[in-house]
Design a protein around this ligand. Structure first.
Ligand SMILES: Cc1cc2nc3c(=O)[nH]c(=O)nc-3n(C[C@H](O)[C@H](O)[C@H](O)COP(=O)(O)OP(=O)(O)OC[C@H]3O[C@@H](n4cnc5c(N)ncnc54)[C@H](O)[C@@H]3O)c2cc1C
Length: 379
């Protein structure tokens, strides 16, 4: 952490105290954050951390974004889909044409453009190459038809990165990323805001595209069939975000649990004084610090431009699993109160589970790691 990172962390903590914590419960009830959160975050500089100054951002890098990601998770409220904004900004920075960067980066930085990434479909998730959504070229437009589901920021988004087949006879090579500006887009429809077992304040939606016409200028990077490659290149950061958010959530869980077991008494002593409690918390703390060390190493690799897919998958799988294990152990130490929704540990437990599913399931992570063992050296 540099001086600059510490200042960023500090200002984000103030932002969380003012703009997130007081609204968390209401967001959980309404199933979505307020639209204004995005513009307030934009004004405070938390959306354009890695966007170059020439496009209205702060000109930082993954280091700044890692600080934001970790600190947001430490708020204990995962409602805000900030992570998607960061990923989409990176897509545009890495692959957008000059015209596309001029068009979308400033809005992404101010929060006037709220992004979503629409890969998953009712019939396919892990097997991304099998998506059915089609983008057919008709003159200087694409006509998009398809259905997406489980889309984060689905209810509020107005810039959707749609993963579609521009050549349905191909698998990976037929995939393109089409940027759909949804304000006033005919044929675009938002479906249900899906009810989940956790992350209640984050909107997760179905999206429908029925003959949605989009100019060909909205094809990210301008070359058909590049979509799968573009997605894969940016997945390392997405997976690292999940690892970082797991660590932030574990920090909160440990803090909450330590407080509780030191206050609560049974059989004439603190819950903390039972050897079982001490050993369980020692195990959790060790798991957390080992995860933190590996993830920090991954952030360093990402900044140096050499974080490979298998290593990012290790961080994602390991940290998400550690988060779920720590959530379970911590909840247990709360006894019956751990099962009560009004206790943060109950929510953190429910929020944790999805970390082993989205951004690539734990099984897919293991598959990617195993593939690198098949291709690489034997020691
Ligand atoms: C809260 C939430 C938010 C999400 N946000 C987004 C979003 O913003 N954008 C988006 O596009 N998607 C999003 N998703 C979707 C998410 O990425 C997918 O759910 C995930 O990739 C798994 O796909 P699936 O649900 O279709 O499961 P499936 O692919 O059907 O998998 C079912 C089971 O089979 C296993 N499996 C599949 N293939 C293999 C294999 N080769 N080897 C071993 N096991 C395998 C899986 O690991 C899993 O256990 C979100 C999901 C959730 C729950």
């Amino acid at each position: 952490m540099t001086e600059e990172h510490l200042m960023l962390q500090d200002s984000l903590r103030t932002f969380v105290d003012r703009e997130i914590r007081p609204h968390s419960e209401r967001w959980r009830k309404q199933g979505v954050v307020d639209r204004e959160l995005w513009t307030k975050a934009g004004d405070a500089g938390f959306l354009g951390a890695a966007i170059p100054e020439a496009y209205g951002g702060s000109g930082g890098d993954y280091g700044h974004e890692s600080v934001i990601c970790l600190e947001l998770a430490r708020s204990g409220d995962p409602s805000w889909g900030w992570a998607i904004q960061s990923i989409v900004a990176h897509y545009v920075m890495a692959y957008g044409t000059e015209e596309q960067k001029d068009r979308w980066l400033p809005g992404l930085g101010t929060g006037n453009l709220i992004p979503a990434i629409a890969m998953t479909e009712p019939g396919t998730g892990s097997d991304l190459q099998a998506v059915q959504t089609k983008a057919e070229k008709v003159g200087d437009h694409y006509v998009i038809n398809g259905a997406k589901t489980f889309i984060t920021n689905g209810q509020l988004s107005n810039l959707v990165v749609v993963v579609a087949k521009t050549n349905p006879s191909q698998r990976a090579k037929g995939i393109s990323l089409i940027m759909v500006e949804t304000d006033g887009a005919e044929g675009f429809r938002r479906g249900r805001n899906l009810e989940k077992i956790g992350m209640k304040g984050q909107d997760t939606s179905e999206l429908f595209f029925e003959d949605v016409r989009v100019p060909t200028a909205n094809l990210l990077g301008g070359i058909e069939g590049s979509g799968f490659y573009q997605l894969m290149q940016e997945l390392a950061w997405e997976r690292l975000q999940i690892a970082l958010s797991a660590i932030g959530a574990c920090d909160v869980m440990m803090q909450e649990t330590l407080q509780y077991v030191k206050d609560r008494k049974a059989f004439g002593k603190r819950i903390f004084d039972f050897q079982n409690t001490r050993f369980k918390l020692a195990e959790c703390k060790t798991k957390l610090e080992v995860s933190r060390a590996f993830t920090s190493e991954c952030v360093r690799k990402l900044l140096a431009g050499n974080l490979d897919a298998a290593t990012a998958s290790m961080a994602k799988w390991w940290c998400a699993q550690a988060q779920c294990e720590i959530a379970d152990e911590c909840l247990q130490l709360f006894g019956g109160y751990g099962y009560m929704a009004e206790y943060p540990i109950a929510r953190l437990f429910a929020d944790a589970r999805v970390q082993q599913i989205y951004g690539g399931t734990r099984e897919i992570m293991k598959e990617l790691i195993a593939r690198s063992l098949d291709d690489g050296p034997t020691r």
